[in-house]
Write a protein that binds this ligand. Structure first.
Ligand code: ADE
Ligand code: ZN
Length: 337
């Protein structure tokens, strides 16, 4: 390990953009398929990994939803999240805000309670085992209807005290944020925070809609905001946190190569960018791999990496006192490195 690698894994950081279904490693996919009696169209773990070549977001989503179909029981969701937390702990994650896609599972007859109870049990264990705190972001699938999103919000109601935010993910182009303005307003009225994927493949207009129509607290991806100077000014003025996912951006052809990634441009413009793994089992790396990718691919040094970690803590949904404690630990770490 180089000095920079040690620095990256040691940096106290929060992960703010992680789809728990996207942390399903092929080994667990096979184990769940076997114990649930579900056939999968791959002969081996190697064959699964070989299938992970994507030309765009939709190519990925087709494979990602097929993979998630092996998750059936609370034990499956528990094991999925427990494996993620073990990896996150090794990468210096102190807090994780985890997205899950209930509609993917409810469409297969899996109860909302099965999904969330499995996740919550792993979250409690991770806090005891690793000291990692976490919270849940329930994401609506934007390729489905507004009605379907409202039904999902209603199904979640008994667990509102265990859900921190709602999000918006899946196929972006053709499904603008404004389609979900009313359901986001209803979620906000219930005390939930708001995040949305926008500007990953979709145009800057979708980011404007996420800000003004959905009234988001945090922006997932946001890459294409860079095409619109007025939008960048707005995001900087709002102090909006962007959850950037470098290896995802390469795998989904949002950028041609890591060497072309605009992360340093984002920081130079004053955007509050953070580094995240999105769907680590599919995109070839967890959060520290993403930090390493931009460190080596874009020549970011320790000072920039520390800003990215700081932004992740200040951009989290933790209470101010918890954020202040994490920042003290970050400053203590930086003083030693
Ligand atoms: N669901 C899981 N990962 C996603 C991504 N990167 N964009 C949109 N929807 C997703
Ligand atoms: Zn995502």
């Amino acid at each position: 390990m180089t000095d920079l690698d040690t620095f990256i894994t040691g940096l106290p950081k929060a992960e703010l953009h992680l789809h728990i279904e996207g942390s399903l490693e092929p080994e667990l996919m096979f184990a769940c398929a076997h114990r649930n009696g579900i056939a999968i169209p791959y002969a081996s773990v190697e064959a699964v990994r070989a299938a992970y070549a994507f030309g765009n977001l939709q190519d990925f989503l087709d494979i990602y939803y097929a993979g998630a179909a092996v998750l059936c029981t609370a034990r499956d969701f528990h094991d999925l999240a427990a494996a993620y937390f073990d990896r996150a702990a090794a990468d210096g994650v102190v807090h994780a805000e985890i997205m899950f896609d209930p509609q993917t599972h409810m469409a297969r007859g899996i109860a909302f309670g099965t999904v969330i109870e499995g996740l919550l049990s792993a979250m409690a264990e991770a806090e005891a085992k690793h000291g990692i705190t976490s919270c849940l972001i329930m994401s609506f699938l934007r390729h489905l209807s507004e009605n379907d999103a409202f039904a999902t919000l209603a199904a979640a109601e008994p667990w509102f005290d265990r859900i921190t935010a709602v999000g918006l993910d899946s196929s972006e182009i053709g499904h603008p944020p404004e389609k979900f303005a009313r359901v986001f307003a209803a979620a906000a009225a219930k005390g939930l925070r708001l995040v949305a994927h926008a500007g990953e493949e979709g145009p800057p207009a979708y980011v404007w809609q996420a800000l003004d129509g959905l009234k988001i607290d945090r922006l997932d991806h946001g890459n294409r905001s860079l095409e619109d100077a007025a939008l960048v000014d707005r995001l900087v003025g709002d102090g909006m946190t962007l959850t950037v996912c470098p290896l995802s951006n390469v795998k989904l052809c949002v950028v041609p190569a890591i060497e072309d990634h605009p992360i340093d441009r984002m920081l130079a413009l004053g955007l509050r960018a953070t580094i995240n793994s999105d769907d680590p089992a599919y995109f070839g790396g967890y959060i520290a791999d993403n930090f390493r990718a931009v460190a080596y691919g874009r020549g970011l040094g320790k000072a920039d990496l520390a800003v990215l970690a700081r932004n992740s803590l200040t951009g989290s949904f933790l209470p101010p006192a918890a954020i202040a404690q994490h920042l003290q630990r970050l400053d203590a770490f930086l003083a030693m490195h």
